[in-house]
Design a protein around this ligand. Structure first.
Ligand code: NAP
Length: 485
């Protein structure tokens, strides 16, 4: 058990119901970004452990797929209840390894529970079809069945809920799963193992392996027993994994990077836009795939927006996520700090004006000041690249057509937001934006009931909504002939 006694700090792989070290005994330290202290270690596993986890998942699939939807749903309801019963302890682990505020961690854990409940409900709705037959003596049936062994690879920014979106549909559909959580935030991933055990989910159904990303990823993608890969992370690694899975033609779901625009028209409700801007930019210290990367504000309202937005940004309380009232924790590591500094230096060199923030926070370590940059220009690096930090560049625009073009001028297409009170404009802009998620007068829109997922290089497939289970199912056409009708 970990030093602070939190039972969810499991320092082992879960393979076929057993908690195991790496074959070599090697470990990796896990660091708390708020204190720079070691929380614990995890196994540095590779190809062999991953192959065994896949074998275990393939063996467990034989019986798990035969359980009824109702049985699976009942276990998932238990899992949901366990998550909520342990919400505080799970949130503490999340904040310790990731840095986000305890309030945000509790919210993330609640969202994980909501995904599990949603998929427990969806388990019973995996309907097929009976299709009118063109033949008098044959009938056409279309059924849905679980794809088999699923592999999931997840990032450090939402270490609990990104797995809920994958473990949920896998369990509901009757698939088994091998999980590789992010190395910087593994305990929220390993906690799923403990919770699944306690919920009575049989050994081998959920397996979790930590360690070398390239070795684990290499085995997952090459192994023909894995029938689906679901990945959340950077577009760069997503593309690599898509190439690697081609050899065994697996289904793939990809939740990748974003470059979200946030558009404020002259006719917007300014206070509402500012509140939305804070939520859409500074949640998780700007380290979410749906965080605003570019603010576009129409010329008449530009100065007033900058003024009010800056006032609100200056109110944000930066600190250790475990402390009361903290709204912005540290960034995940010093590399993230350096990247943010590079974006700011580039913007300053090209005429950007830092209105507030702009440098490392007095708290030291990887804490960074919430930053607003006015007079942002298309030639600045963050126009194209994901910032993934608490920096808000604000561009000025004149017309609706111009801003739709600017907003769409990126290879990404995950989330976008815009503020207007004009109904006609709301429809024109919504239909003009090439994004998978659109917030109209709202800055926080993710919810389990709606399909989450990107267009273009932001990914493939959806998580949540009734669509979220589709990628975990194979469709089978059955022709029943010789009926003598
Ligand atoms: P990342 O570097 O792509 O890492 C994500 C996961 O992939 C981690 O578990 C990582 O393992 C693993 N990985 C790295 N190299 C690999 C390889 N060669 N083979 C197999 N797995 C490999 O991304 P990140 O920096 O953790 O996360 C930030 C990115 O995720 C951002 O681009 C963000 O936009 C995106 N994201 C997207 C969504 C969405 O829903 N669209 C949600 C959240 C985040 P290690 O930890 O061991 O390196």
């Amino acid at each position: 058990m970990a030093e602070n006694g939190n039972r969810f700090i499991k320092q082992a792989n879960l393979i076929d119901g057993q908690w195991l070290a790496a074959d070599s005994g090697a470990t990796i330290d896990v660091i708390n970004p708020a204190s720079n202290k070691i929380i614990g270690t995890i196994p540095k596993s590779g190809k062999a452990e991953t192959a065994r986890a896949i074998d275990a998942a393939a063996a467990a699939f034989k019986s798990w797929r035969k359980t009824t939807a109702n049985e699976r749903a009942q276990k998932m309801r238990k899992l949901h209840d366990l998550i909520l019963a342990n919400q505080d302890a799970l949130a503490e682990v999340l904040t310790m390894e990731q840095g986000k505020s305890l309030a945000e961690s509790k919210g993330e854990v609640a969202s994980s529970a909501a995904y599990i409940l949603w998929y427990a409900e969806e388990a019973r709705r995996m309907y097929g079809d009976i299709v009118p037959s063109p033949w008098a003596d044959r009938r056409i049936m279309v059924t849905k069945e679980p794809v088999g062994v699923v592999a999931a690879i997840t990032p450090w920014n939402f270490p609990s809920s990104m797995l809920a979106r994958k473990i949920g549909p896998a369990l509901a559909s009757g698939c088994t799963i091998v999980v590789k959580p992010a190395t910087q935030t593994p305990y929220s991933g390993l906690a799923w193992g403990l919770l699944c055990e306690e919920a009575g989910i049989p050994a081998g159904v959920v397996n979790i392996v930590t360690g070398s990303a390239s070795e684990i990823g290499g085995e997952i993608t090459r192994n023909a027993l894995v029938r689906k890969l679901t990945f959340t992370g950077s577009t760069e690694i997503g593309k690599l994994l898509m190439k690697q899975t081609a050899g065994t033609v697996k289904k793939v779901s990809m939740e990748l990077g974003g470059n979200a625009p946030f558009i404020v028209f002259d006719d917007a409700d300014l206070d509402r836009a500012v509140a939305g801007a804070i939520a859409a930019k500074f949640r998780n210290s700007g380290q979410t795939c749906v965080c605003t990367n570019r603010f576009f504000v129409q010329s008449k309202i530009y100065n007033r927006f900058i003024e009010k937005f800056t006032e609100a940004v200056e109110q944000l309380k930066v600190g250790n996520g475990l402390e009361d009232g903290t709204q912005q924790g540290p960034l995940i590591d010093m590399k993230a700090v350096e990247k943010v500094e590079e974006f700011i230096a580039d913007a300053e060199k090209k005429g950007g004006r830092i209105v507030t923030g702009g440098k490392r926070h007095a708290l030291g370590g990887s804490y960074f000041e919430p930053t607003v940059i006015a007079d942002a220009k298309p030639r600045m690096r963050f126009t194209k690249e994901e910032i993934f930090g608490p920096v808000a560049p604000v561009y000025k625009f004149r017309s609706e057509d111009e801003v739709i073009e600017l907003a769409n001028n990126t290879e990404y297409g995950l989330a976008c937001y815009f503020y207007t009170q004009d109904l006609g404009r709301a429809f024109r802009v919504m239909e003009g934006l090439k994004y998978g998620l659109v917030g109209v007068n709202e800055g926080l829109i993710s919810t389990v009931e709606a399909p989450f997922g990107g267009m273009k290089e932001s990914g493939l497939g959806k998580e949540g909504g009734h669509q979220g289970i589709e990628d975990y199912l194979d469709t089978k056409y059955v022709c029943l002939g010789g009926l003598g009708l």
